[in-house]
Design a protein around this ligand. Structure first.
Ligand SMILES: [Zn+2]
Length: 387
């Protein structure tokens, strides 16, 4: 399973394991771990049998369970430690082990209305599979976000917006991303692109500066947002989002001007229009997908323009994050949910595609025709350790 997913995603063997099982909304793969799934099915089936509509099945199962418990208590000392190992293995002892492993509690206080409880999820037996898969996914998502090797930094940015299914849509079978984009996207999100600034890729004795501009440490942050050699493609990425914004506002009936200088100033907001007689400016910024970077980008735009009218910064992460305050544009302009949702998805996608162009250009720096090059061989992936 690990090798298979790792090869498909073009990931090296030190990719963090929670990535494969974390929610797609934070950039994870959203797959189910087979060992977890086996446990989930065991506990779900046990609970479903105990609450089966057929009284014969239900009563047989309950009697089996009582018998197992009685033998666990050795018929002698109720309240003494249960020793299921001595009872032999059956569905009920298995379910108990699984419940312990998954941190699941079976709430029988309602007698007929048995509930399966784990973390903040409480479900009836018929909905146990979906509920417990959600619990498992939430746990891996938390693990990815809090990953100590910094592979979760972009996930923290993506998690700022977790209501929509934008990021999950990217992974659908009709994905708008190309094969080339996918080759780099997961690596970029986990910040494990083969860049000189990473200690695992280059030793400290080697040159860790950018292979193109030579000015800063070559990291994902630098390549996606700071390299002056990437400025042309970064501008293209920015302008694609600006164009999307312009067409949205025009459709909403606003008379917009683009890159117009504010009289007497050297400032040129990306988009400007009048609302109830006052100037409204929207300025697009694409920055690294770290909550701190996004907050700073927002504040910088605010400080720059706020004395000249109402400024509404539009902050998009270079790997698809969405700064929550972007939605103020929607509420202030009264844009309907459908149009705004379509715009948000396209803007995030444009940021990702533009960034993948930048990553590709960075790695093919100096190649006469990057697209004509052969694909580099896939990495040899060794098995991941099991937890
Ligand atoms: Zn550079």
């Amino acid at each position: 399973m690990y090798e298979f997913l790792g090869v498909i995603c073009n990931l090296p063997n030190h990719a963090t394991v929670p990535f494969f099982y974390a929610d797609r909304r934070v950039g994870g793969l959203g797959t189910c771990r087979l060992t977890d799934d086996a446990d989930i099915w065991t506990i779900a089936r046990a609970a479903q049998l105990l609450t089966c509509r057929d009284p014969t099945v239900r009563n047989i199962c309950r009697e089996q369970l009582h018998d197992t418990i009685r033998r666990g208590f050795r018929n002698e000392h109720p309240g003494v430690l249960l020793r299921y190992a001595e009872v032999g293995s059956n569905l009920w002892t298995l379910a108990r082990q699984v419940a312990k492993r998954l941190g699941v509690r079976i709430d029988v206080s309602g007698d007929e209305n048995l509930r399966i409880v784990a973390d903040d999820v409480s479900v009836s037996p018929v909905k146990a599979i979906r509920g417990l898969r959600k619990v498992a996914r939430q746990r891996y998502t938390r693990d990815l976000i809090s990953d100590k090797s910094h592979q979760g930094v972009v996930a923290t940015g993506l998690s700022l917006e977790d209501k929509s299914k934008d990021m999950a849509r990217l992974v659908s079978c009709r994905t708008p991303l190309s094969f080339r984009d996918w080759r780099y996207l997961h690596r970029a999100r986990l910040d494990i692109l083969p860049l000189r600034g990473h200690s695992w890729f280059c030793s400290q004795e080697q040159d860790t500066s950018c292979r193109r501009c030579g000015k800063e440490n070559e990291t994902g942050f630098h390549v996606l947002n700071h390299c002056e050699e990437g400025l042309q493609l970064a501008t293209k990425r920015h302008n694609t989002i600006q164009d999307l914004l312009e067409s949205l506002l025009v459709k909403q009936g606003h008379d917009v001007t683009i890159n117009n200088a504010i009289p007497g100033k050297r400032l040129r907001p990306d988009v400007e229009f009048q609302l109830s007689g006052s100037r409204v400016m929207v300025d697009v910024v694409v920055c690294y997908d770290q909550p701190g970077s996004m907050e700073n980008a927002y504040q910088r735009k605010y400080d720059k323009y706020s004395s000249h009218g109402r400024i509404l910064p539009l902050v998009v992460g270079s790997l698809g994050s969405w700064y929550p305050r972007n939605d103020e544009i929607r509420s202030i302009l009264g844009i309907n949910g459908r149009s705004w949702g379509a715009f948000r998805f396209k803007a995030r996608l444009a940021a990702i595609q533009g960034s993948m162009d930048m990553v590709c250009a960075h790695f093919h720096h100096g190649a006469p025709n990057p697209e004509a090059e052969d694909n580099p061989p896939l990495p040899v992936v060794t098995p991941y350790p099991l937890d």
